[in-house]
Write a protein that binds this ligand. Structure first.
Ligand SMILES: Nc1ncnc2c1ncn2[C@@H]1O[C@H](COP(=O)(O)OP(=O)(O)OP(=O)(O)O)[C@@H](O)[C@H]1O
Length: 250
């Protein structure tokens, strides 16, 4: 288990001599075992932040660390895993084999089978375990990608619009699955979405980005599962929309 501590983080890209400040002076502490959602307009730096956290990009300045709940344990950044908008499965492997892939070096194959079966069951994929990615729906493929990440058992799960390409019904089902998994496992989850409803439905805190900066940390003090039509839910949503769009939604 681990949280994420981000201090004075900056990322500058250069395109044809032009400087792009994708992230400027980001300070963000995500406590171990919490679910944080990131929202903001396109280009505000959300994906860049996830890429820096998991080491796919290097920061220009600043620091990222993974403080464990128990200070005596040293958490390595390789226990961070990312789920993208597209499932990125290996087409020549079945659902079960894709999920087992991160455990390929594990010698105790019985333990691997037990872990994979646990997540096949939890994600309602047991029936499709022998199917290849080309034979399953987008929602099943995304569940397989999530299962693969959970089999790896990371300390921190990063999710970049993982439900963005799904139809509304499948998206609702996967949101509910995600909440269940979070409540069962209490992993640290950092979830990027363009959908403010989804951000409030899932996050214990919504972090709002604007042009490479954090403009607000909005706590969501509501239990799970949440009712998107409840007054409290709508109030949080309105505040976030006002910050993003700059209009008053009252
Ligand atoms: N590899 C790169 N090279 C140059 N510029 C980049 C690169 N990656 C991102 N950027 C720039 O950094 C800024 C932030 O991009 P980023 O993808 O992090 O935003 P985002 O908030 O995730 O956007 P979206 O919601 O559309 O995915 C943008 O201006 C983008 O053009």
């Amino acid at each position: 288990m681990a949280g994420v501590k981000i201090q004075k983080l900056c990322k500058t890209f250069w395109i044809n001599g032009q400087e792009i400040n994708a992230l400027s002076d980001i300070n963000l502490t995500i406590e171990d075992g919490t679910f944080v959602t990131l929202v903001g307009k396109s280009g505000s730096g959300k994906t860049t932040l996830l890429k820096l956290i998991c080491g796919l990009e290097k920061s220009t300045r600043g620091n990222i660390s993974f403080p464990p709940p128990d200070k005596s344990i040293n958490c390595q950044p390789e226990r961070v895993s990312i789920v993208f908008q597209e499932p990125r499965l290996m087409p020549w492997l079945t659902v079960e084999q894709n999920m087992a892939f991160p455990l390929i070096k594990e010698k105790n194959r019985e333990r691997v089978a037990k872990t994979v079966n646990h997540y096949l069951d939890l994600l309602s994929l047991m029936e499709f375990k022998d199917a290849y990615p080309a034979q399953i729906s987008g929602g099943m493929a995304q569940r397989t990608a999530l299962g693969r990440t959970l089999c790896y058992d990371p300390d921190v799960i990063l999710m970049d619009e993982p439900l963005g390409a799904l139809d509304a019904f499948t998206r609702k089902k996967l949101q509910a699955d995600l909440i269940n998994i979070f409540l069962l496992q209490k992993k640290t989850i950092v979830f990027v979405t363009h959908d403010v409803d989804e951000a409030v439905l899932l996050g214990q805190r919504v972090v709002i980005f604007e042009a490479g900066k954090i403009v607000e940390h909005m706590p969501v003090n509501l239990g799970y599962p949440r009712n998107p039509l409840s007054r409290n839910f709508l109030n949080v949503k309105k505040k976030i929309l006002s910050l993003i769009v700059g209009e008053n939604f009252n």
